[in-house]
Write a new protein. Sequence first.
Length: 246
Amino acid sequence: MHVRPRRVVFATLAASSLLLLSACDGGSASADKKDNKGAPSAPSVPASLSAEQAEQALVALGDLPAGWKLEANTGLDKSQGAEDDMVTGAKPLCAPITAVLNSGRLEADYKANAQEVFTKKGDQTTVAQDVSGYPRAQAERAMAGLRTAIEQCGTFTGKQAGKKATVTVKKAAEQPKYGDDSLRYTVKIVQGDLQMDFDMGTVRSHGAITTVLNNYPDHGDRGMEAFTKALSKAAEKLGAAAAKTA
């Protein structure tokens, strides 16, 4: 079977859809009032990551083994056919899996987002990361939905470039503990005689979620060392950034 690497991983972010976190309630004059003892009001805690904090949670090139490079354009390049790689039409239970494959995100209604893609020099192996910020309750529900999908979907079908695609998801045997909640899993997409394989890890800290994805071809380095290091570092950076939020 021919294995087709996913050329560009995560979808382009429309500038208008990158929502900056609005300030928490406290813009009125009453917010500046002191209590009866004269002590100032406690500062508000942001409900989710800011755009700057999302960027701070991205893995750096130096966090990966030697031989990798950071791609300048991390978005969806339609000329490269990445749009055709997207899987649609999955049943609702399994939709969190295709959502994170297609965009890197579990929820479309995010408050901040940052993405990046690394490639192995001279190879077609790709490691990509998405960081998204949500209110904590929304992030918790999203992770619960992903966990249910991984545990209950197994193999399901959808459409890829208008043709039937079979998706197989499997929870990894080893489940490192990262952040407040984490999942490590593999995904395989088969469409006709074409196949794409992914190692994936998703981590939640407070209301912030990061997903690291490793896409590898049938030759060259699978990228497991880079993926493992990237996931660990991504979780560490996400935790530091999310600690400043509710």
